[in-house]
Design a protein around this ligand. Structure first.
Ligand SMILES: Cc1cc2nc3c(=O)[nH]c(=O)nc-3n(C[C@H](O)[C@H](O)[C@H](O)COP(=O)(O)O)c2cc1C
Length: 182
């Protein structure tokens, strides 16, 4: 467990390979409880957190395998199905849609903050996350699987979680390359 803010922010990595154990539901609910404290303009609280049951996870694995099979063939679809079925924790975060472009953009930004807070808290408890926005998350059948109305909500991320089997290394540009004095 890591408790310094710097260590959690800098040490967090996107996890591609997880152990099989599913983290306790209580910790995930605690992470969602904290995530809702993310900044959100006008306190719209535009987020929804869908905790997927094994049946829904299976449906999404099947749907993704179908998409991959059409694009890359049956062997690739089967391999993807097997890989996805081993992912332990499944959460989908959606954002309320709005016809007001400014509000929609701000609400989407707020949901991104919430997902990051969710991830940082879990990381501090030894649980890793992968935030994905793959093609499957834009498919109308994905919305059907989670019982969300695509006219009212947009998927911000399919968020996998679990205990990391491997922690990758990542890099960032030096601060001097991104700071602009004006
Ligand atoms: C909005 C968003 C969408 C992402 N979608 C994907 C994705 O579909 N597939 C993927 O492999 N990683 C995805 N990622 C993870 C990034 O690839 C990852 O954050 C980046 O490689 C930096 O690694 P780090 O998170 O370990 O610092 C996404 C990240 C964000 C913020």
């Amino acid at each position: 467990m890591s408790d310094s803010v710097e260590a959690v922010i800098q040490g967090r990595r996107t996890i591609n390979f997880f152990e099989r154990d599913i983290p306790p539901r209580d910790i995930i609910l605690q992470a969602i409880d904290l995530a809702r404290w993310a900044p959100n303009h006008h306190l719209t609280e535009p987020w929804h957190f869908y905790l997927l049951t094994p049946a829904t996870k299976d449906r999404i694995c099947d749907l993704n395998a179908e998409i991959v099979t059409v694009e890359k063939g049956a062997a690739a679809g089967k391999a993807k199905r097997e890989r996805w079925s081993r992912i332990p924790g499944w959460l989908v975060v959606t954002c309320d849609r709005s016809d007001d472009q400014r509000r929609w953009q701000e609400d989407y930004a707020a949901c991104c903050c919430a997902i990051h807070s969710f991830s940082l808290f879990l990381w501090s408890r030894g649980i890793g996350v992968k935030w994905t926005t793959g093609e499957v998350t834009r498919d109308p059948r994905f919305y059907d699987a989670i019982w969300a109305d695509p006219a009212l909500e947009r998927v911000v991320g399919l968020v996998w979680y679990g205990y990391p089997a491997e922690i990758p290394v990542s890099v960032r540009k030096p601060v001097a390359d991104i700071v602009i004095e004006v």
